[in-house]
Design a protein around this ligand. Sequence first.
Ligand code: ZN
Length: 239
Amino acid sequence: MPPDLRSLIEAGRRIVFFGGAGVSTESGIPDFRSGDGLYNRATGSRYAPETVLSHSFFLSHPVDFFDYYRTHLLHPAALPNPAHLALARLEAAGRLTAVITQNIDGLHQAAGSRTVLELHGSAHRNRCLDCDRAFGMAAVQAAAGVPRCPCGGVIKPEVVLYEESLDPAVLAAAVEHLEAADTLIVGGTSLVVHPAAGLLRVFGGDVIVLLNRAPTELDHLATLVVREPIGVALAGAVD
Ligand code: ZN
């Protein structure tokens, strides 16, 4: 009998979860690259999303950047779904060591996860470019036009834009957790976004579970591939 998700999770002692946008779609946050995702929709903008969400565009067209960012990337009303909650339970039970995520929505922390490595930063952390003062999501959400610090400086989301590098400390922590893991669960990512595919090569364990609607380049390496919605699959496999 082939292994099922529940038995693989029950056997794991140092599980790492690596997740992408598909983890949050069940919370109502659109995926960037799937069929009905953000990149395939008419944006109403003259610019492509990859252009708008770049460092140089942020500097040259801040009004357009924040207009797009607030409309498409901020989801202040989104709540954790059963996938986030199941992963938080696994960590609380001492079996999952880290969640590595490409998402910026903070929903893993909202669900109760503690070790969350946010490869692309977080919409909940924002900083004045002039005085470095920190702001929450509301400062960006509520502003009309370009959000500004009382000092006059522009407030920039601590989100990794195109042309920007990932935080080396976050990457190093992700590598450390992957090297020490015995079980890797990958969910809601097509694994085409840098550095996902490369990062997963450092995984030191034997069991890889893939939770994704569509096939990925890693399917042939997986112990188990699950096509069910991630929330359904994880909620059904974790007590
Ligand atoms: Zn300031």
